[in-house]
Every structure is written in C-alpha cells, then in structure tokens.
Design a protein around this ligand. Structure first.
Ligand code: PAF
Length: 277
C-alpha cells in the first residue's frame, strides 16, 4: 500500500489509476470501515481503492472529543493492507488547512439542523466541507460511507447531487458486534461495564422497529417507552425518534419508508445508531 501525506503526491499517484473508489475515514479503523474497503474493491471496474485518514477539526464542536479522538495510525495501516487497499491518503492539518478555512459547504438546513445537527451545531458543515475537499483532491469515481452515520450519508449524498459532482455515492449497512452494538470508533471509550450495557441502544431501536412493522403508528408513545427504558439503565438520551428515510423529517404519509434513529450518552461516551424500518 502506498501512503501519501501531501496533496501533490496523492494527486500524482491517483493520476495512474483509472476508476478509483474512495473511503474517507478519521482512522481508528474497525470492522465497519474494513467492510467499506472490501465493498469498494468489489465495486464494478474499480482500479484502485483509496482510503483517507484525517481527523477533521472542523466537524468537532467546543468541548467535543477532537483532542482525545483515538489516533491509531500503525494499526490502521495494517488493517488497510490486509483489506487490500492500494493507497492511503493521510494528510496532516497543514496539508488540509494550510490557512484557516474561509469557504464552507452549508448543507440544506432542513436536513442538517435536526437530530445530530441540533445537538452538534456546525457538525455537518464541517463534515461536508472536508468531504468536498477530499473529493476534489482524490477525484474518485465512487465514494463509500456507512449507514451508521445515517444523517451524514444523506447530507453527503445530497451535496454530491446538488453540486453535480461526477461521483457515485454508495452507502453500506451498519456492521454490528454479535450482541448488536454498532461498530464505532467511539466504542473504544467504553469501560467494560459500559460495553456490556451498550447493546441496549440497539435493542431499544429493534423494539420500536418490530412494533412499527407490526402496524403500530403511535410513534410518540413508542419513542417515549424506549427513551424511558434507556434512562432507567443510566443512559442520557439526546433523541430516539422515527423519521422519514428521505429527509429525516417527521413521518406524514402511511406508506413512507422510515428509519428509527437514536443518540444517547453512556457515561461520557455519546453513541448513535439507527435501523431502517
Ligand atoms: O464518518 C467519518 O468518519 C467522518 O465524518 C468523515 C466522513 C471521514 C469526514 O471527516
């Protein structure tokens, strides 16, 4: 695997490949990331799989975990090599932000101000800005993202469409541990006791999904019951809510495709998860 840290070197290397797939990450790679790398490799006619690792300051709010975000570069490289990644782009902050960033992507406020956007103001602007920059640097034909960050995926898919970028955006299902916990870099913050408790988030989402699939439409009651169950077990939930898949607004019509999404704090760790209904 080639590793490039400068924009110039990455661009020179990318020029040798025809169809390229990009998997942007912030490192601390887990099975979910590796599934994305393997899916990238299998995608039609891909000549080179490029991964990026960059912990993007712009998407972290005041008091969030930018400084303590796990940086595990050596272990990440080993995983990427094992997954058959051809090229890693791992810029430092001076490469990505040689001067303070003045130009930002402002995502659709209807989509970006709800759920994660309401609890993490500016987060999706930071995500969209760095991803547009990565797409401009790498110029991939395909970009892959995990559905665990469901709202992020929608923001990025819509950005690519509205800005007419010639890139196919692919979403992959969430990879889970055997007990249901969604794979996430932030799982490494959990103590042993918290790790044992953590799958409750998925179980509560599953309970809501089952009820809705069985015909329940009283979303408010279902959401309140799931939130109460989490609180009973020491969680501090930000939200657990049934939304339309298309735009994450409240359901309006009987037959709309839905998704149930949640964010909740367990100790000091904030976990998010979702299930399509
Ligand atoms: O999902 C992530 O790891 C990040 O938000 C991304 C897409 C790499 C942008 O920094």
């Amino acid at each position: 695997m080639q590793i490039h840290t400068s924009l110039a070197a990455l661009r020179a290397a990318r020029a040798h490949a025809e169809r390229v797939a990009l998997v942007p990450t912030m490192g601390n790679l887990h099975d979910g990331h590796i599934a994305l790398m393997r899916a990238a490799r299998k995608h039609a006619n891909i000549g080179a799989v490029i991964a990026s690792i960059f912990v993007n300051r712009l998407q972290f709010g005041q008091g969030e975990d930018f400084d303590k975000y796990p940086r595990t570069f050596e272990a990440d490289c080993e995983k990427l090599i094992a997954a058959g990644v051809d090229l890693l782009f791992a810029p430092d902050e001076m490469q990505m932000y040689p001067q303070p960033q003045h130009y930002y992507v402002t995502p659709d406020p209807e989509l970006a101000s709800v759920l994660e956007g309401a609890f993490r103001p500016g987060h999706f602007q930071g995500v969209a800005t760095v991803v547009l920059k990565l797409l401009n640097i790498v110029q991939p034909d395909v970009a892959l993202f995990g559905k665990k960050d469901y709202q992020q995926f929608l923001v990025l898919k819509n950005m690519v469409r509205e800005l007419a970028l010639p890139i196919e955006v692919v979403a992959l299902d969430t990879i889970r541990a055997a007990d249901g916990l969604a794979q996430s870099s932030r799982n490494s913050y959990l103590s042993a006791t918290e790790r044992a408790e953590a799958p409750r988030l998925y179980r509560q989402l599953s309970t809501v999904v089952e009820a809705v699939r069985n015909g329940a439409r009283d979303f408010t009651r279902l959401e309140a019951a799931a939130l109460a169950e989490l609180e009973l077990h020491g969680w501090k939930p930000d939200y657990l809510t049934v939304r339309r898949r298309a735009d994450l607004q409240a359901p309006q019509q009987p037959d709309e495709p839905l998704v149930v999404l949640a964010a909740a704090r367990l100790g000091t760790t904030r976990l998010i998860d979702n299930i399509e209904i």
